[in-house]
Design a protein around this ligand. Sequence first.
Ligand SMILES: Cc1cc2nc3c(=O)[nH]c(=O)nc-3n(C[C@H](O)[C@H](O)[C@H](O)COP(=O)(O)OP(=O)(O)OC[C@H]3O[C@@H](n4cnc5c(N)ncnc54)[C@H](O)[C@@H]3O)c2cc1C
Length: 834
Amino acid sequence: MKTHVKALVVGGGAIGTSIAYHLARAGWQDVMLIERDELTAGSTWHSAGLLPYFNMSYATTHIHDYSIKFYKTLEEETGLNAGFSVVGNLRMAQTKARMDEYMVYATTAETCDVPYEWMTPAQIKERWPLVRTDDLEGAIYHPTDGYINPADVTIAMAKGARQRGVTIERKWQADAFTWTGDHWDVTLTRMVEKGGNLVPSDEQIVVSAEHVVTASGNHSQRIAQLLGIKMPAIPVEHQYIITEPDPELLKYREAGNIEHPVLRDADAKWYVREERGGWMLGPYEFNAPARFEYGCPDSFRADLFPLDLERIEEEYMSMIHRIPTTETAGLKADFNGPICYTPDGNPLMGPAPGLRNMWLAEGFSFGITAAGGAGKYLADLMVEGEAEIDMASLDPRRFGQDWMTTEYAARKNEEAYEHVYILHHPDEERPACRPLRTAPAYDRQKALGAQFGCVNGWERPNYYGPLDAPETFDHDARSFRRGGWWDYAKAEAEAIRSGVGLIDGSAFAKHRLTGPGATAFLDWFTCNKLPKVGRINLTYALTSHGTTRTEYTIVREGEEDYYLVSSGGLHAYDEDFLYKAIADKEAEFGRIKEEDVTTRWGVFAIAGPGSRDVLREIIKDVNPDTVLSNKRFPWLSVRNIELGMCPVKAIRVAYTGELGWELHHPIEMQNYLWDLLMMAGAKHGMKLVGARAQNWLRQEKSYRAFGHELGRDGTPLEADLPRFVDLSKDFHGKAALQETGVRSKCCTVLIDGPADADPWGREALYNGDARVGRLTSGGYSVTFGKSIGMGYVAPDLAVPGTKLQVKMFDQLWDAEVVEDSPYDPKNEAIRKDG
Ligand SMILES: Cc1cc2nc3c(=O)[nH]c(=O)nc-3n(C[C@H](O)[C@H](O)[C@H](O)COP(=O)(O)OP(=O)(O)OC[C@H]3O[C@@H](n4cnc5c(N)ncnc54)[C@H](O)[C@@H]3O)c2cc1C
């Protein structure tokens, strides 16, 4: 057995096998895969093998799309037929809201080149007469997907991997990982059969690997413990049953009809497909429990849990309703196995937090569908340094290491399972494990009608609804069109444009960098000029490919003293990148002290033409009349001020594009400051404002948002932000940024859309018949009284005056590219003196 390899893949399920295959295909010569048992012995063997395209995420859709296309090529490459039945996939809708969901999905699918068709109930009935359609609104049909044999596709990938030089060793378990500084020493234990069990023997070996990938499926908690990290991948029970042959189905097929597509009745929470003359029913029922929270027992191999028929009774009955002939078909077989989940339902794919050359590929709930693409995109990350799509939404570091617990992960994973078939409203907020992370003003905000969203565990007001709102108000307000919250957000946005509003920004990530190396490091790490002392700058840290890795507001408080503000949602993801870069560069630049001060500072943003008047009421200064003037407190500067008895680091900046300040304050004084601001604000009609209105307002200023316009699939120049890129200095990623050029360009569009809906920022953009790009943000503009969005098109189309169309609800709506910052292009409101 080899003891030195370039990459060691731990786990021989569909995921690990695909990664090994793709690493070899990407050119790595020395790849070894180890499996504690037999290949496919984890969840892979008992998977139903469905390969559904349907997915609301851009990144995941790309992954699934790659898999479906790749699996079709495997037989030619390996000679093994993995049993890919391209029967298509019919997703039915019982309600108009469900059809809306499919239409929102469809425009995203188009941006990923996924083919689909619409079907009416009559068309469904005509093609598949066994399906009851009288209570359906319609369906979306994917003709190119279907199902595959999960074990066969894994074995085919294993064969392809071996053909490309990968070594596969079975019956070896990874039991310890030690990082030596330039490689991992991984202790493997030989596993032996004893009385039907698999047990560790005394035989051990140490393998040195430059890179390690873990794809351990249900064993992820054990791997997390061995690595000393938190990994919220915990399985949940998932069942499917197979019926005896259905005589009516047999007759239908004997008459020469082709196989039914995979049928999905999303409102009934199940999938059904044909299986040897009978039917396979897979429900996503409520109350499926999490398993193996604290580790999967060594003895659990290709095992199953007992069937819990009572739990899936409702779904069983609804299958009989939808396909009445199933009523007489008896139950033939059942499967209840562990299916890995994560709190948001997306897998964990990418670097392990805090560790070098350790890659995670865990928490896959659609692992057969994802395996091909997961292997390809993770191999791209490892070999090339980046993949062509932004992998942030799948990155393991999106979950904070400092606050996440096993209990949280288990309960959220149960919720993610339950939510597989809920209506996936883009304005959805999931309820489990909340509230958990709250700033002190939470109770006050709640009492004033705040309806909260959850950002990295933090509660943050999305909007302020009616004071006497029932508990279900926000849930009931959700829609694929303009939800019940829309009027509240509109009033909030208008208040900021015409008066003054107060926004809670406490969830921002905040770091302090000090020490003799801080300036040189940040100058290399970020692409904009560093601000002078007392000033602030917006800047970007880039990937080695020159694309945007992190957006920072850098506040320079001293020569070597920096306060960095970045996205709250991606706190741990950004922090890991920052800390690793510091560790790499400290020897070169000098000592740098980094501190995570996120939970030390609360943030309120006050914005609007009246914001100065409110602050003037409560600011303590020798001359309160001038302290907030342009002379003493210019735009893009920082001052330590006192509001009543609260010391505040005030930053003159406003994400809304109005006169405004961010008030960073000691978190323990937050309620004092809140009360003070509310009292002063009352005199000036100050309105409480949530994140939704803020999101609309920033689009009127063409302010790019991290995770939307800004990410690892584009450079800041492609985001059309040359003013934040100082090409006269050297910075990380500069050469790649210049080499990349501008492949597509960010622009702002005003849209004459439907009367009852705005884009969500995922829609396809058209120029006549040609699809030319996609939106990355969307919303409503109170200034222009119509929908607004930002997105990417070819540079020659990103020119003001270009007429485009946005696909929404299966129709094309006129849109026009406008100058950046259509509201107040000269920034007069922000700079207003007083
Ligand atoms: C009932 C059911 C139906 C499903 N249906 C579908 C479906 O229709 N479509 C779909 O896409 N997905 C489906 N899934 C999900 C799918 O099965 C999983 O997402 C997929 O199998 C995960 O693959 P994996 O490689 O991550 O994990 P696994 O298949 O569990 O593989 C992990 C492997 O790692 C090995 N291992 C663990 N620890 C170590 C160690 N320390 N050293 C060495 N080896 C180790 C294990 O023995 C195991 O073989 C279903 C799941 C269930 C339970």
